[in-house]
Every structure is written in structure tokens, then in C-alpha cells.
Ligand binder design. Sequence first.
Ligand code: GTP
Ligand code: MG
Length: 1099
Amino acid sequence: MGVIGLDKIKTLQRNPANIRNLCILAHVDHGKTTLADCLVANNGIISSRLAGKLRYLDSREDEQVRGITMKSSAISLHYSTGNQEYLLNLIDSPGHVDFSSEVSTAVRLCDGAIVVVDAVEGVCPQTQAVLRQAWLENVRPVLVINKMDRLIMELKLTALEAYTHLQKILGQVNAVTGTLFTSKVLEERAEKVKEEVHRDKDPSGDQVYDWSAGLEDADDSHLYFSPDQGNVVFASAIDGWGFSIQHFAHIYSQRMGIRTEVLLKTLWGDFYLDTKIQRIMKGAQTKGKKPLFVQLVLDNIWSLYDAVVTRRDKQKVEKVMTSLGIKVMTRDLRHSDPKVLLFAICNQWLPVSKAVLSMVCEKLPSPLEMAAEKVEKLMSVRTRRFDSLPERTQELKTAFLQCSSEINAPVIIFVSKMFAVDTKTLPQKRQRPLNQEEIAQRREVARQRHAEKLAAESLERATQSATMTSLPLKPEEEEEQKEVFIAFARIYSGTVKKGQRVFVLGPKYDPAQGLSLLPEGCSASDCIQEVPHLSCCTVENLYLLMGRELEELEEIPAGNVMGIGGLEDCVLKTATLSASPACSPFTPLYFEAAPIVRVAVEPKHPSEMPKLVSGMRLLNQADPCAEVLIQETGEHVLVTAGEVHLQRCLDDLRERFAKIEISVSKPIIPFRETVVRPPKVDMVNEELGKQQKVAVIHQVKKELPQGRSSDYQHVDPDGLVTLTTPNRLATVCVRAIPLPQEVTVLLERNSELIRALELMNSSLREGRAMDINFRILETIAELKDHLQSLLQERKWRNAVERIWAFGPRRYGPNILLNSIKDYSRPSVWQCLEWRHSNDQVRAPASPLRDFDNSIVSGFQLATLSGPMCEEPLMGVCFSVERWDVESVPFSQNSDTLKEDSVSPEALRDVSSHGNSVDATTERKMDASSVDCYGPVSGQLIAAMKEACRYAFQAQPQRLMAAMYTCEIMATAEVLGRVYGVLGKREGRVLHEEMKEGTDMFIITAVLPVAESFGFADEIRKRTSGLASPQLVFSHWEVISSDPYWVPTTEEEYLHFGEKADSVNQALKYMNAVRRRKGLFVEEKIVEHAEKQRTLGKNK
Ligand SMILES: Nc1nc2c(ncn2[C@@H]2O[C@H](COP(=O)(O)OP(=O)(O)OP(=O)(O)O)[C@@H](O)[C@H]2O)c(=O)[nH]1
Ligand SMILES: [Mg+2]
């Protein structure tokens, strides 16, 4: 394990003041793993000659082949400077968007981060994402501007141009930090005001709010990156050099006799050296002078590159080397590749590892400096505030802050992911010197085997070779190939020992409940009674994570990152472990990208199904964001974040977890179904007259299932659907209305909140006690206000108050609206009023209320799968305009009840629809024979569902496609090809800008997920690898073409012909989904083949 021994590391682990837990974050390919190599080489774990080429922390084969990191991995490094020795627990993370969940798992365990930015590409989408992630987890960042050599060799910038370029990059990075900071301050201010409002609710006279506690007062100077703050290093990891201005300040203060502090302040910025008076002056730019940074720093590097790489001037190189006091080996000096010499010189002159590591030790916080704010954030799960936690839980905050490893400090550990390793790589299995006894044992075993072999030989001499080769694997050998799971974890307090028992706190564990159920002073080793979401487990093994290797440890004190073995049965992906039941589970990890690409997987040989099932289970555990589901259809579905991620998961499944051949379906692309406002123009841009409308209605009528008599259902010309249950006891009238887009987006974004709202409502309904978080109530009230402001139009008057339910699954982006006159029910916002008036919200009892739930259930079913291709609905409002139920089976005096439930207006309404009147009269006749249809509530659910589907079909229907946003960086030459590929795949370019100072363009585009498979590969191929896109799921978008469209107007006939067989994208998608689901697909068959052939004359 390199040059530092395990004992040294063990000693360092006990001194948290000198521990740094940090991760390396960046956009894909900006050089994280290369930089990590340099740091690892500093410890002698790999040779410094190989640093940057080996990519030691990319230990997986596919990582090496593809050249991208896929898993975050940790390594413990030792660094000594002055008289201080440090232990650095370094985690390298992936930059590809598909693996952003791995970044989350890394950031959670760290106190600091090195953010790497490519000096040419500057701030990229993932740079912003990782800065945000670091911000959200209160992780302090330092900056490394990497690939500085590209400015010299590729862009051929002069030192001065490079300086301006670097200033711009710093500006970009600081702009991102600035936005994060401002939004946080504003949020905090809003919170403060809200709290004050709460406090002042009691009548205590005048209220004075302090509005000045805003941006102006907040000091944010320490947050920004600036070389003079010492938190920026300029580097070229591949050439092995890097520096901070501190380094040069020390050198020049000695050489020029200027105080270091002065140089530190002036080396970066608009300062120049006035040679005449030998003083540093301000205003280099206006006076046209070289800034100090260029003159004293960059010029030296530029001329070194010039001498070594460009001109290969041996004499000059030697001169430089003597002036710097550097000696290189002769073989490096004579090497045909000048980069080798360059590396040898630079690595001695400005070793990147030293620059980065000393910055890390100086600027990043130790575990002892954890901010109280961070602890509170970690301990308060979303719906609960820290100060609402039990007192004993709040007391644990000091344990975090002290980070004590004393015997009485409670053990608190967070597991951020589980990773699989081959049993063979475990230290327990590694070869070690054998002792005498073991040697004797082995000798005995070998002797026995030899005897067996001899016996077998004498028996079957002829088949000897066959038996030798087909010898079945011994059970222990089989076991060798097994994967074991190791928890990737950090200990925040106490000392964890091998064999210790700890509590495993599930994400829903409530410390208040736990404390009340468990006896005082009980520990995880006691036999404890059942507590929800709490279990116990034994820490079987403890490991030091050393990149590709693990080292076994007996105990690990607070403040360290580590691996834990033996948790695979009690921890799925993440967990909080603690010796105290008072600890609250940590807030869940924050993931940037939601998994969206799904495929169905099955074994090539059906008999291997059990292996697949267990393999999928292992995969699910080993990946922070892959999801494994078994659909109702029995399919095994794998959901991943993107194509590259999918590929990695499938490889893992095939080669590690299931070890069988599998067949994989094409990606299952999700769609949504919606309705839109009727179009004003037809497909050839002609104004639509009445004639088109009639055609649409006609079409809908045709689609209604045959065989049902029309007195059960009726569709109005304006889309109002009236449906009666088969027993004729209940009738519903429903209309589908498209929701404004902003409303849909708002609902989609707040689905978690709506789910919380539903939970509260249901506990209110059932009269259950629960602790309501006022902060959530505030956010719900905000949501309501926001909805109100968006639904201002006349037709939406009072709509927000009338919302009956959300769906599907009660929190989706569709609304059920109560437009029934005289039917009042508690509003969905009832929990908001609950605070003020406990019982007033109860609506007057009405017979309809008994069936309220059936209507909601029918709506939920209808929104879960739409009529187009059984995909969920989105952005549709179902307005129930009339509803009556006759309660004959339940009560004798049906007439009175009927009068109660149907208002006179509604009856008048009925008279306008002939069918419904029929239905009402008929109802009375066969009231006695209704029983054969089963319970009314069930029928009502079905009727409501059907009514919604018809109402949906009565409007212009559209499919919605999932869209990716993608940012593509491309040079001017390949720009055309990029546009070509985008166009072919229905992509839409949003904007294009040129990256300043480079010849790169950044194109931002949206692309349907359905068209994205193979997109990245195609772009890469077409541009010879010069452009590579990053795809992230962004939103749902209505596909403008109508899948049911047929030409109806004369112009359309003229333009598209009678068959209209030009490509209809929406129809294509819809049919593909229908075919996959085994639904009926109406397809046109080519009728007159010859005619078509004659049409294509030029073939
Ligand atoms: N010119 C130049 N190339 C570099 C430098 N550092 C890294 N590279 C190259 O950039 C490419 C990507 O480097 P990696 O270290 O794998 O990048 P990464 O950030 O770890 O990439 P992911 O982990 O996939 O996000 C490799 O081909 C490196 O050789 C540098 O300082 N200068
Ligand atoms: Mg990497």
C-alpha cells in the first residue's frame, strides 16, 4: 500500500484536526481522474512517471476502455508540510451526467471539494451542477483550473491573452457561486419574515419587520474564488505542473525584496511593476503594461514550453534547468517525445500535487469545523424542522460538532452507497505469509488430493484427461467468485469497532417514536422490541478505502471515510447507523437527474430466471440511482439515468451479478397523453370553419364502442359527456379541459408537496392525530396562491377552491374539478383551514358524499392510463358538471333522496338532453333488477373512468414526449453536421453562442427522448469525436401533430391526398407504444401497389 504504512494512517485517523475529507468534482473530461493520479503518485502508490496516464482510480475495465469515470472511488493519502502531517480522504467522482448520482454519494461524505475546470472549455453544464451540489451540501470548494497547456499548445494564446481568458473563467465560476449565494440569502430572509409573522400572530400590537437583513449585509467575499485568496490553483495535470500564486509570491519576495504579503495581493490583478522606480503600481490595463501575473508567472511557463516543446532548444533548456536548480535523468533528456522532458522538468519545478494538496490542507475545513447549519440540515428530514426534533436528538448536534472519538461519544455513521467488490479482492482473502501450522495443513490436503488422483488414474486411465478438465468447481472456489457489498460511509462521531452492533435507521424512522417505545438506555446489542423503521446489525468488517484495494482495520475513529462489510442484508442503498436510537436519519441524498431510460430484461434461457432476479436485486443495491421494478405485466424493468448508464448496468448484470446471457428490449420510452384547445387553422394553415368541427365530433362518435345502447352515454357537441351506470342508478357529466401549460408545470414540480397535502388530508379525514409542519403548510398555501394567480381566466373562476383531487396516484399533474351546483365537499385545501377552525370544514352530509370516493377513484384510473395508448395523462382538467345517484338499494324511500340529491336546476338541465330523461324514467322501472350489476360504488368508479375517457376523446388529443436538453460543444467546422444530426432526430436548437476566446460553439438544444438513442454516438462519429453532447431530462412537451388527423377540408385533401400517408410523428409514437402493449393498432394497408409504383417515376 505505497510508502506510508497502515500504522501511520491509523495514527493520523485519530487526529481529526488534520483530516480532510474531500472530493474532486467537474464536468466530464475536465481531468479529475488525471489530477487524482498526480496526488496519488505523490504518495508513491503509483510511479510519478505513470501519473496522468494510468488513471489509477478508474479501476473498472469499462472505465479504462471508455475513458470516463463511472463510479466514485476513495483513497486515503498522506501529506506532510512543515511540521504538520495530514490525512486526506480523497474521492474521485464521475463527470458524465448519467452518473451524477455517484457525485451525490461522494459529496455527502465530504467537507470540501476540489472543483476542476478545463481552461479551454470553462464553465460547462456539469460544472454548474456540481457547484450547486457542493453548495446544497455545505461543502467548501477550492478551484483548480486545469489543462493550462491547451492554452499554450492548442489555442496558441500569448501569455497576456491567456491571462484575460483566465480572468473570464474565474468570472464565470464566481457568477455561478454568486447566484447560489443570492438565492440562499433571499430564501433565508423570506423564511425569517415568515417566522416573524408566525410569532406575531398573537395579538401583540404593532409589528416591525427588519427588511434590511438582506443582501447588502451578507458578507460573501470568502465564498468566491480568487488567486489572492489562495483558493485557486492553475495546473496542467497531464504535464504534472500546477501552482498557486503563493508559490510565486514566496519566490519573488526573496528574489526582489518585496514583502510576500504585498506580492500576494498584487500578483493577481491589475498591477504592474514599474522597473524605473522598482515599485508595484496599479492600472496595468490603462497604461498598457504587462500585469504582474503575466510578467512574473505566465511568461516563464510560456517560454519553457516554447524552449522544450516548440523549438526544442537544448541550450536554452539547460540554462533554464540550471537557473531553476533542476536535474533530470539523461534518458528523459534524450527522449524523442519532448513532453517527457517537459513533464520531468515541470514536475520538479512546480509539482501539481504539492500545490493542490497544500491548498486543500490550508483552505478546506477539517471534520472539526463542521458548520452547525450543515448538521441541522443533515438531521432534519424534509418535513420536519430541526427544532421540532426530540430534545435528545437535538443534543446529538454537539456530538457532530465535537467529532469526538471518545468511548462515550455516540457512534453516528452515514452510508451513502453500497458498492460491490469481488470477494477475491478482500484483504481477508489476499495471500499472506503462511505460518507453520497452515503449511502443514496444506501439505496434508495436497497429499490427499494426490492419492485421490492416483486412484482415479488407475481406475480410468483412458478417460483421465476428461475427468481432469471437467472436474467440478469445489464449493470454496465457487464462493471465491461471489460479489460482496461494502458500504461507502463516513463516521461523524464516536469510534466504530469491528463486531459492534448498531441501529440501522430507515429514512422514515422517527426518533420521537423510537425513544418512546424503547426502554431507557437500551443499546443495539440488547434484544429490542419492534420499532417501525428501526433494525440492528453488526459491523462485521471495517476497511480503509485505498482506490483499487481495501485494507482491513479493527476500529475507525470519528471524522473518517471508510468501508463497512457485512451490511448487505440490512442496508439497501443508503442508511444512517447509530449506537443511539435518538439519532434521526440523515436527509436523503439530493439527485440532480431522475432515471428515465427504461428497458425490459429477460434471460436468454427462461430457466435462468431466478439468476436474473437475484442479479437484478444485486444491481439495484450496487447502484445509487438505477431502479429495478417488476411491472404488473410481469416484466423485469430496469430504469437508468441515460444510455451510458444503461450500458454499464447491463454489463454489470451480465458479467458480475447474474452471470447469464440476457436479452434486452428496446428502451421503453415514456409518453404522456393530453388534450389541447381546438386548433384555429387546419394543416395547411387555412382558417377552420364549422365543417371541421362537425368532422371531429363525427369521428368521436364513431369511436364509441359499439353494442352499448346510446341511452347510457351521450356526447354533447361541445364535449360534455354524460354517462349512466348499467343499473341506471347513477349518472355523471364530465368535460375535459386542457390546463394552461404553466399550471401543469407547477403541479409537476410540486408533486411531492401535493403528496404531503394528500397525506395530511387523509389523516384529517380519518381524525388521526399527526404533527403538522407549519413550514409545509406555508408552502402549500403558496402553491394555492400561485395556482390562483395562474387560473385567472373567466372560465376558471373559483376553480382552485373547487379542486376535488389531483391524479393519477393522487398527486399527478391532472385536476378533478367540482363544478356541480349544490354539491359541497371538503376542499383539497382543507388542511390549511384546519389550523384556524377545527370542525367547521365538515361539509353537510349528503347521499352523494357516500360515493365521493368512487368519483375520485374513477378519475385516478382514467388519468393513470389514457385512451390513446394507455400512458398516463398530463395537464388535463376533468370538470364534473352534474352527478346524481339514486340510493334505491340502500333505502326504501328513494324518491325523497333523489330530490335531495338533484337540484331543481339540474333537473331542468336534464330536460334538455333527451337521452338523460329517458334514463331517469327508465331507472324507476327496473330499480328492482339492479342487484345483478353489483355494488353502486364499483359501477360508479367504472362509469366515471369511462366518462373521463370519452370526455378526453371529445377534445383534440395529443401525445406529450419526454424531452432532453442537451448542450453540445463543437468547433465551427463540424457545426453543420451537428445541426444535421439534430434535425434528423427532431431536435430543436434553442440557442447557440460562441465561447469567448476559443473557436468552440455551445449549442443548447432540446431533443425528444424517443429520438435520443445512439444520438451521442452519432454526433461523435459524424464530427470525428470533436463534439460530445450531454443529455439531461428536462420537461414534457406536446407533440404538435394530431395522431388521429385525417384530411377533412378541401385544401387538406389537395395538399395531402386522400390517404394522408405522409409521416405523422405522433401516430408513429402512438402505434409503437400500442404495439408494445399488445393493443389494437389500426394500420393502413397498401391497397394499390402498382399505382404507387407508377407515381415514383424517377425510380
Ligand atoms: N491537454 C491536457 N489534457 C488533459 C489534462 N488533464 C487531463 N487531460 C486529458 O483529458 C482527458 C480526460 O481526463 P480524465 O482525467 O479522465 O477526466 P475526468 O474528469 O476524470 O473525466 P470523467 O471522470 O469521465 O468525468 C484525458 O484524455 C486526459 O489525458 C491536461 O492538463 N491537459
Ligand atoms: Mg474521471
